[in-house]
Write a protein that binds this ligand. Sequence first.
Ligand code: ATP
Ligand code: MG
Length: 739
Amino acid sequence: MKTDNADDLSQLEQLDNTIILKVLKRRYEKDIIYTNCGDILIALNPCKELLIFGENEHNQYDWHNFSDIPAPHVFHTAARAFRRMRESQTDQVIIVTGESGAGKTESTKFMIKHFVHMCQSDNKELHEKIIKVNPLLEAFGNAKTHMNHNSSRFAKYLELSFSETWDLTGVIIRDYMLEKSRVVHRSTNEGNFHAFYSLLLGAPKETLKALSLDKPINSYRIMQSDPDSLIAEARYKEMYKEQNKVLQQIDTSPHVVDSLLAAVIHLTEIKFVESSTVAGASEILDLEPAVFVSELLSLKVEDLIEALISTKMTILGDEVRRNKGPLQAAEGRDALAKMLYERTFQWLVRQINADLHPNRRGFGQLLSTSILDIAGFEKLPVNSLEQLCINIVNERLQNFMNERLFQFEIQAYTDEGIDMMDVAFENNDVLISFLTKSKQGVLAILDEQSTLQHGSDMAFVSQLTDLYKDSSIYIPPVTNRPEFTVRHFAGKVTYNASGFLEKNRDLLNPELKDCMKSSQDEFISDLFTVKRGPTGTISATVHNYGKSIREQEAPALPAIASKRAKQLDDLRKSLAAFFKRKEQATTGVFGLQKITTNKTNKTIVSHFRSSLMQLLDKISRAEHFFVRCLKPNEDLRQRDFTDDVVTEQLKYNGISQMAKIRKMGFTYRRTHAEFVLRFSEAWPDTVPVQENQYKEAATDLLQSGNIPAELKNDFRLGKTKVFMKEPLVSWMEGVLYEV
Ligand code: ATP
Ligand code: MG
């Protein structure tokens, strides 16, 4: 592979955003998608197959065989991390970020393949499994979006463990921030999670019949917005088969998975209408889906319906039930559907971990190299709590990267024997503290407001404004809407705080959770009992659901379709009588306002803080590598490098930071000879006769060149180079111009 001096941006004499863009573009046109920036790998999405990920490259980038300096490659990053782990006996983390569609997940997969290659051992079975579980993860965690037909809707942290003999002994996957709202809501023409299509379009007819899912796919409410997926039936049949193969491999019953997905679909089919007898209460329009759900989840249908249409609360010290209107009932139903899906996903991750976990395999873990595949900085037309959370994570990751970039700069000075004491580099510590500190940080204030009875989005923003109006990183709202602007490292982002509090409080009513816990099926009840948290940490070895009673007995599919119309009719009658009794019991409590909020319910933000911050702390203790993925254009078209699109990403993913950091120090760095020859027109006396006298000449020029006093500190003389700050360069160029 050809190497030229632009392989590493940090080695360029001059560095600004225009130059970075030019270099990347020139390389991209030659199908060179990888460029180094110090330790950071810039990876452009080729948007086409390139033949650079084969056996040859695996061999070329082996960790102990760095022939010459190989051209930048994602295999090289993996090899360097592997090598550094072995040499420094420290855990390594490769942080992969970028916009949606930039190639994070593909890069992650390539690196895993390379790790597997680098530790060729007898443990072939495990190695194969590590690569094979991916389709299952993607089926449940990925979906089609405007930006990417296979977009990961969760952040993933993959920890590869190594034994004393440097064999790969296991993997633990931790998942974060699954976009569960996608189950019930998404933009037009975007898809639901692939797993739904794979079941509805890919499963055998008899399976669908047994699950009562034999209506056309687009007749289900949550499957309606993606017409494209209907044409891809063959693909989903393949996906269903492949997914089930993986499930069997990890000792998990495909039937259970199918039933859980079917429960989500039927649950979202339940419709509520205004009650004809009780004002403000709701009734279920068609009982059938509710019956299906209760069958699938082994619940009493009366309990399920009661939990859906009424809520428990404490009023004046007494626990009472209050009816929900149709809108509120529908919200609870969707919250439950989202949670059921999320729990299913997390359970599957635990199942995978149980199979791939190193301890299970009887090996002690010595060291690890992890890969983090996480969405980059986001600035959307409307930014909400999700964007705030992802940007906070990115702010922290940027902090790690800046440190790395500083180190490179510092190295460049140290190599030249220059004292670094007087070069000040800024970092984004102030921003991180503003966002995350436990007292009066943005997240802390939001949490505080969320637990207050009279807390509001506006009160949250007002409190921020009171505290930070004079700060340079916070801009108060200019309208009377609850919004605020943060000056992030990548630029200003205005957050629309409408709905922040509601999102932050866990919308799932406790009675819905209790209802799930009351399931006759231990597996379902456990699914809702396990504390929410990063899946990997609630170790699969503790909660091994794969061995639940239900699975050990390898159950037949619950034949819910066999409920006869007559049975439904009887049920309807008994339910009507049941609710009549309830209705009398709850009359008289409406309109009372003194509500005790449930403080034990964890907020989204506190969960985010504990799980993600824990991860970031873990990362901070490791050594870092960075892969910055860039897409060359918005639509992932081949051979199209759109300058604006790339420039924007360079800014958001901190590559421009490299140029910025340069600017804080001595931007000009040329050899003594280059320097002297460049300015010899203005200072002709300094040109030496002999090669080895350029250093003295440069010293003379800088000391006797009438440099104004205020610029006298703007240069350093290194062993082989002259370093100057921008103002002095301009002054010298000016002198040259006057000559
Ligand atoms: P998201 O944040 O939406 O998950 P992502 O950054 O993970 O996006 P990928 O799914 O990895 O993006 O990549 C998007 C698409 O780009 C892939 O489906 C593939 O078609 C193409 N692609 C990415 N990287 C490569 C590569 N190295 N070679 C060939 N195609 C690639
Ligand atoms: Mg992805």
